[in-house]
Structures are given as C-alpha cells and as structure tokens.
Ligand binder design. Structure first.
Ligand SMILES: CCCCCCCCCCCCCCCC(=O)SCCNC(=O)CCNC(=O)[C@H](O)C(C)(C)COP(=O)(O)OP(=O)(O)OC[C@H]1O[C@@H](n2cnc3c(N)ncnc32)[C@H](O)[C@@H]1OP(=O)(O)O
Ligand SMILES: NC(=O)C1=CN([C@@H]2O[C@H](COP(=O)(O)OP(=O)(O)OC[C@H]3O[C@@H](n4cnc5c(N)ncnc54)[C@H](OP(=O)(O)O)[C@@H]3O)[C@@H](O)[C@H]2O)C=CC1
Length: 689
C-alpha cells in the first residue's frame, strides 16, 4: 500500500494537461485496435475515491486495479472508525475475498493505494492542509461513492453526508489543477416520486442551500417532527437527500466535467471478480437471507412489478466507462446515466421469489429456523394475516421454548427488526418505475469491442435465473461465510425441520378435530368439503362409498375399508370405531352422511335407531332437530306446530292405534314443549289435539 499523504511520500508523476491527455478520435481507433481504450485512459492517472470501504467502493477499487493495471495511484478518503485509522481500515478491507483474484494476478496491487484520513461530515472534509495540497495537485478523476444509504437516517445527518459533503468535495474538485472528470454516484430512486424518469436532473423539492441553512439552527427534535412534511412524496431521507445532492452537483459543477450514475437496486456481482460476490445485508440481500433461513415467510411486494436489480459489477463497469467518456468527450452539461435493467431486460419480483426459494431449497443455509417458504403478496390484509400466523405465532412458540429451556428469548426481537427492515423496503417492491437509459446505450456504443468485453454493462446478456442463483449462493458464501461443503448437513437439517412440521401439523389437526369439528354438526357440515380427499382417482371411480373413508382417519393411515370396500353403514362404523371410538350416535350420523347423505327425517331415524333405538320422545326430537331443525326450517310460532312435528316423529316410534292412546301421546308431547300447569290449559291442549 502506498504511504499516506500526510507522510508526504506520494509517488511522483508528470502532470498532464487533461485536454491533451485525452484520446483523440484517431487515437481512440488505434487504442481500440491495440488495447482497451478505457484502461489506456486510466494509465498514469491518479484517482480519488470516497466510500472505498463500502460495497460499491470496494468493487470499484478492485476493478480499477485489475483492469487498469497502469493506473498510477488511488487516493481513498477513509474516516477513522472504532479506533481504527484509515490505514488499518483499508488494510482490513483489502483482506476481503473480493481481492483474491487481484492478489493472484498482481500481488503488489496494494502499493498503489494511498489512504487519506477524511471525515466527510466535517468542515473541509477534515482533510489536513498537506492532504489538500497533494490532492489538488495530483488527482485526475474523482469517484464520489460515499453516502449514507440508511432509509431511517435522521434528516440532518443524511443532509450532512449526502448533500453538504458532496458540495464540499465539489469545491475541493474546483481547486484541482488537472481534474478530468468528477463522477457522482446517485440512485435511480432519487426521483422516485415520478413514474417515468429521464436522464435529466429534475428541479429539487426545495432549494438545497435554504434547507441547509434552516436546519443549521433547529434542534434534532424539531427536525424529526417536520421531516415527514419536508420529504413529502419521497419515502425516506435517503432518496430525498440524494435528489438534493444531484441538484447540488449541477449547481456547483462549474467548469468541471461531471457525470452522474444512477444505479437502481445494486445486487451481487454478475461476473466479476467472480459471480455472486456480495458482502452486506442491504436491499434485497437481507430479504433473501431472511427467506433462506426460513425466518421471512411473507412480504408485501407485487408479483408483477419489475424488480430493478442491477449487478454491482455492471454499475462499476459503467462508472469507469463514464469516467473515461466524461474526461475524453467533456460533455457540455452534466450527463446522467440511469443504470437500470427494467427497460432492457425486465424481471419481476414474483420470478425472483420463485428462483430465490428454489435456490435455497437446493442449497440450504445452515441452521435454518424453518424450511424456506416465503411468499410475496400485494394485499395488505393477507400479508398481515401471514405475519401473524407465520411470523409472530412461531416466534412466540420458539421464545416460549427458549424460556422453558432456560435461555433468553430472542425470536420476537429478530422479527420486530425484520418487520422494520421490510417495512422500509416495501415501497420499492410494490410498484415499478420506467427509466430511460439512452445514455447507457450511447456509452456502450462508444466503447471499442475490447472495452465492451472488459467493462461489460450490457444487461441484455444477463440470464436472470442463473444470476439469482449465484446471488443466493453468494449471500451464503460471502455474507454468512458458510462452507459449501456443509450443504449435505444443511439439507439434513431441513429434513428434520420438515418432520417436525408434519408432526406439529398432525397434532394440531387432531386437536382441532376433537375440540371443534367432532363436537359440532354445523362445523362438520362446513369442514367436510374442505378436508383433504386422500383417495385415489381409481377408488373414486370404483366405489363412491370409499371416497370419504379417509376423512375419518386422515392421520392414522388408510382404514381397512380401503382394502375391502365397505358397502354398509354398519361396516363403515366398524372401521370408524377402530380408528377413533367416540360418541357413537354422533359418529354414526357423520359416517352415514358421508356415505349417503340423508335428506329425509325417515332416513335419519333409521340410522339413529340402528345405533341407539330411541325410546323417548325427547331423544327422538333431538334427532329430528339435528336433521331438520324445526326452529330454523319452519319457525314454530305455536306449541301446536311443535306438537304436529313431534307427533310425526312420535308415530314413527310408537304408532298409536286408539283415540285414547293418541290423546295420551299428544299430551305427553305437548307437555315436553310447554308444560301445562292449569286445568284450563290442559283442556285447551286436548282440544287442540
Ligand atoms: C423472497 C422474497 C423476494 C422479494 C424481495 C423483495 C426485496 C425488496 C428489496 C427492495 C430494495 C429497495 C432498495 C432501494 C434502492 C436503494 O436505494 S439501495 C440502498 C439500499 N439501502 C438499504 O438497503 C439500507 C436499508 N437498511 C436500513 O435502512 C437499516 O439497516 C434498517 C433496515 C433501518 C435497520 O436499521 P437498524 O435497526 O439500525 O439495524 P442494522 O444494524 O442496520 O440492521 C439490523 C438488522 O436488520 C438486518 N437487515 C438490514 N437490512 C436488511 C434487509 N434489507 N433485509 C433484512 N434484514 C436486514 C441486519 O442484518 C441486522 O440483523 P442482525 O445482524 O442484527 O441480526
Ligand atoms: N447499495 C445500493 O443498492 C445502492 C447504492 N447507491 C449509491 O451507491 C453509493 C455507494 O453505496 P454502497 O457502497 O452500497 O454504500 P455503503 O454503505 O456500503 O458504503 C458507504 C461508504 O460511504 C462511507 N462513508 C459514510 N459516511 C462517511 C463519512 N462520514 N466520512 C467518510 N466516509 C463515509 C462509508 O465508510 P465507512 O466504512 O467509514 O462507514 C462507506 O465506505 C452511494 O452513493 C449510494 O447512494 C445507489 C443505488 C443503490
């Protein structure tokens, strides 16, 4: 690694006039024929990069050193953090697997890296005078990647980093004597309040200077209160301040050659330095991991909305090419590149869900909480339902288990954080945008064949299923640092989870059956058609009586009736009793109905009698009511109606042949409906009969 600027040991170089240094059109042709023009352009150049310890910054440093080996020096503006100096931090960053390929190709690559201590939120970027002098003398190209990308960042801090730091960097750039290009990394969602987004800088929601001055004197509590009103149509302070930053870039660019790159949702690498490289939980990566671990089961997203993911290497290739183009062609105004895939090679969230789940089932993550099975829905209520059933309920059970086993409950806490994170992402997964990407296409056409291969950002070639598979495997290998050799053990763990789920579901089903369904005729009527029909098609064709046997013994395997078709209710009852002896009459009715639904009182009675011959009118009436509830079918407004109904039943039990017998029967029935306490009442009863 090159020594820090403060040490004053900067590799000497001959300053070149940016205008004469750029490839002429003739030179471009020669360069293309001999070697890639873009890497030729970076030869001998000093490049300043902010955000080099971040996701995209790292990939930029790696690609620049690998594909432009003649680059002179990389000045990386890095803040001290957690007691580590910028020197130590870059040292740690370079240990990342990301640099393995470069390490192999060029073990001395670190010598070109010069860390510069800089806290971007401080006045003057907290640069020493010496560092300012060296940077202003040497830097040819600036890539400004640093930003806070947190969606919940307090407005003042987001403004300080994303807007004010950009402003300060631009004024430093103005002092640079041989700067060729200033490339600012923005986001495709800076203007997410619009549906169609062109490659232009839109008017800012508020004049950035005014906002900066107003927020200076306000305390944090007031700012927090007015933030929602200030950001208006923007979903968070990140996209809002990125919109303001674009405006600042335009205002302060002066005579600088400036380009703005607007990537959409930056994901794992597609090809370089190797497929699937990713090192953080941001954006979809965290969602994929949570789904792969079986924690996330539901999320609000539209199946049909375009998932505008863009691989990180595509963004970096475009950025380097834009650096070259901006320096060489010096466009008159700030050139904006929408770096997106949706308009060129669209892929949808529903498809992503499918491929993510399929990949994690084949290549499971270690120690999954449940089997991966996430579903996306755009319906708020359905999502809330699944959150309750698939997130909160299992979390409660698991925490209960942890408590009982003397451990600290943690699942509910994890779910609360997950819900906060996905709540912030839903805005981006529930709708889609149209980005114009003419400048990206124009730039591609400007590249030589060689450059197009070396700095490939042609997303038409992107094979999504393959990319998503590599992405998921990348989260496993590089974010979670899991060993691919442990996949068989992870698969075994998933099988164990599946068996636990089957057992749990069976117990739950049996419990629900016994407590609710087996005790209620109405519930049975509702549930019977919903219960799984376990019979095969051949059985259905062969014998209708067989169809429902499985309903009565769903968890205990096939009943004997499957082997020897049962044609009588009695036979059927025998099977039933073996499985689950319980409340004979109710069972009998249920079984009978399942075989031969009984619509007449008579049929019903016949079944009833076969089980428990009825000797009392009351018992008989209960059966009668269960078949054709008298109050429901024909509301009985008078005891007389009831008596008529009862008599019909009564007759079927004990037919009466004498008038006297009839009167006695009637009286008994009548009494059971409305006991009579007066002689007058009795006489009225008899008269009625
Ligand atoms: C199969 C389904 C397919 C459908 C799939 C749809 C995906 C739909 C993606 C849309 C994506 C749009 C992206 C816009 C395009 C840009 O503009 S890109 C810039 C993107 N910026 C981000 O993604 C930053 C978002 N993150 C944040 O704002 C903050 O991390 C959060 C989410 C507010 C959490 O903050 P915090 O509570 O202070 O904690 P933090 O330490 O940051 O993280 C807490 C936990 O959340 C986890 N976490 C962080 N981010 C995430 C995440 N994205 N997901 C899950 N967990 C996360 C962390 O791993 C951590 O877990 P533990 O390690 O503690 O177990
Ligand atoms: N990731 C994505 O999906 C997308 C990102 N972008 C844009 O790309 C750029 C890079 O994003 P990404 O790499 O993902 O972000 P990261 O969060 O991974 O990296 C942010 C970088 O900024 C640096 N930084 C933050 N605060 C300061 C500070 N006060 N002083 C000095 N350096 C600081 C961080 O350094 P440190 O290590 O010290 O924290 C880190 O190197 C951003 O401008 C972002 O807006 C745009 C679209 C999508």
């Amino acid at each position: 690694m090159g020594r820090r600027l403060r040490d004053g040991n900067v590799a000497s170089h001959t300053p070149q006039n940016p205008r004469t240094n750029s490839c002429s059109r003739w030179e471009l042709g020669v360069c293309a024929a001999v070697m890639a023009c873009v890497s030729e352009f970076y030869a001998g150049k000093c490049v300043l990069i902010t955000g080099a310890t971040g996701f995209m910054g790292k990939v930029l440093v790696e690609k620049l050193l690998r594909s432009c080996p003649e680059v002179k020096a990389l000045y990386l503006l890095i803040r001290t953090k957690q007691g580590q100096s910028s020197q130590q931090r870059i040292h740690t960053t370079l240990q990342s697997k990301l640099f393995d390929r470069l390490r192999e190709e060029n073990p001395d690559f670190h010598k070109k890296i010069i860390p510069v201590s800089s806290e971007l939120t401080q006045p003057g970027l907290a640069l020493s005078d010496e560092d300012v002098q060296t940077l202003t003398q040497n830097v040819h190209i600036i890539f400004h990647c640093a930003a806070t990308i947190r969606f919940d960042e307090p407005l003042k801090h987001a403004l300080q980093l994303n807007v004010i730091a950009t402003q300060q960097l631009l004024s430093l750039a103005q002092q640079m004597q041989q700067l060729h290009a200033f490339i600012h990394i923005s986001t495709a969602y800076a203007n997410c309040n619009r549906h169609h987004i062109d490659e232009v800088i839109y008017p800012p929601p508020v004049e950035p200077g005014k906002l900066i001055h107003s927020l200076e004197w306000m305390d944090d509590a007031i700012i927090r209160d007015i933030t929602p009103r200030l950001i208006g149509d923007w979903p968070n302070t990140y996209t809002y301040t990125k919109a303001l930053a674009e405006c600042v870039v335009q205002q302060e660019s002066g005579k600088l050659n400036v380009g703005i790159i607007r990537p959409s949702i930056v994901g794992a690498s597609w090809q370089e330095p190797f497929p699937g490289w990713i090192d953080n939980f941001n954006g979809p990566s965290g969602v994929f991991i949570a789904a792969g671990k079986g924690i996330l089961r539901t999320m609000r997203a539209s199946n049909d909305a375009v998932a505008d993911l863009i691989p990180v290497d595509v963004v970096i290739n475009l950025t380097l090419a834009a650096g070259w183009y901006t320096a060489v062609h010096r466009p008159k105004s700030v050139l904006v590149y929408n770096c997106t895939t949706g308009g060129i090679n669209p892929f949808h969230w529903g498809e992503i869900e499918h491929h993510v789940m399929s990949t994690f089932k084949r290549n499971p993550l270690e120690q999954a909480f449940r089997r991966p099975n996430a579903n996306i829905t755009s319906n708020y209520l359905i999502n809330q339902y699944w959150i309750l059933v698939s997130h909160k309920f299992p979390a409660l059970l698991y925490d209960l288990f942890l408590r009982l086993s003397g451990q600290k409950p943690q699942m509910m806490r994890i779910f609360n954080r997950l819900h906060k994170a996905i709540g912030l992402l839903e805005y981006f997964s529930s709708q889609d945008w149209e980005w114009n990407s003419d400048n990206m296409n124009m730039l591609m056409n400007q590249l030589s064949t060689e450059d197009r291969k070396m700095f490939n950002f042609d997303v038409r070639q992107l094979n999504w299923p393959e990319y998503i598979e590599n992405y998921c495997i990348g989260t496993k290998k590089y974010v979670l640092n899991e060993d691919m050799a442990d996949i068989p053990a992870a698969r075994q763990h998933l099988r164990k989870l599946r068996n636990i789920r089957y057992t749990f579901n069976t117990v739950l089903l049996v419990f629900i059956w016994r407590v609710f369904i087996a005790r209620s005729q109405m519930a049975r009527n509702i549930c019977d058609p919903l219960l799984p029909d376990l019979t095969t098609d051949t059985q259905k064709l062969e014998y209708p009586y067989q169809q429902n046997t499985a309903i009565y013994c769903p968890c205990l395997g096939p009943a004997p009736a499957h082997q020897a078709p049962c044609t009588t209710v009695y036979g059927r009852m025998t099977v039933y009793d073996r499985v689950w002896p319980y409340d004979r009459v109710r069972q009998c009715m249920a079984v009978y109905d399942s075989v031969w639904p009984c619509t007449t009182v008579y049929g019903r009675m016949a079944v009833y009698d076969s089980v428990r011959p009825c000797t009392t009118v009351y018992g008989r009436m209960t059966v009668y009511d269960s078949v054709r509830p008298c109050m429901a079918v024909r509301p009985c407004t008078t005891p007389y109606d009831r008596v008529r109904q009862c008599m019909a039943v009564y007759d079927s039990v004990r037919p009466c042949t004498t008038v006297y017998g009839r009167v006695r029967q009637c009286t008994a029935v009548y009494d059971s409906v409305r006991p009579c306490t007066t002689v007058y009442g009795r006489v009225r009863q008899r008269m009625a009969v």
